[in-house]
Design a protein around this ligand. Structure first.
Ligand code: 4NP
Length: 155
């Protein structure tokens, strides 16, 4: 199973999602490959935001090695499942995928908790540290649901 986490900058939310799902999948004995990307080119090659790194580390997850990259249309083919953080990411991925678009592979991350609720993981970029803790908890809950569903054979 290859899973891609996508946000706008690939420095705040999706690096957390990559680290959290990798960590939980490994703990559950699942051999999943997890990666992340941004729809924008703003932060290519950069490490995750220092507050994403800090909050992850407080939960025993080291994401400092990650490097920002931009989503490409080919990611639709390369990955089995692509989780986006918000509805704007969804629209961008759909547009950038072009002829490779496959709606069955792409979903909002929080739909893993509340199917079809279309809820966004809020962008913590303009806020303070509290926002990063809130985002960590939301993503963590969604990843628990993804793993629970996989273990129940619902994938
Ligand atoms: P992310 O947050 O999409 O969760 O990585 C953002 C990071 C950077 C910017 C916007 C959102 N930016 O405008 O540079």
């Amino acid at each position: 199973m290859k899973i891609l986490m996508v946000c706008l900058g690939n420095i705040c939310r999706s690096p957390l999602a990559e680290g959290i799902l990798q960590h939980k999948a490994k703990a559950a004995g699942l051999l999943w490959e997890v990666d992340s990307a941004g729809t924008s080119n703003y932060h290519i090659g950069e490490p995750p935001h220092r507050l994403s790194q800090k909050v992850a580390l407080q939960h025993g997850i080291d994401i400092s090695h990650q490097k920002g990259r931009q989503f490409t249309a080919r990611d639709i083919q390369s990955f089995d499942k692509i989780f986006v953080m918000d509805t704007s990411n969804y629209a961008d991925v759909q547009r950038m995928a072009g002829k490779y678009w496959d709606a069955s592979k792409v979903d909002l991350l929080l739909n893993a908790i509340h199917p079809q609720s279309q809820q966004n993981v809020p962008d913590p970029w303009y806020g303070n540290e509290d926002g990063y803790h809130q985002v960590f908890n939301l993503i963590s809950e969604a990843c628990d649901c993804i793993i629970a569903k996989a273990q129940q054979g619902q994938h």
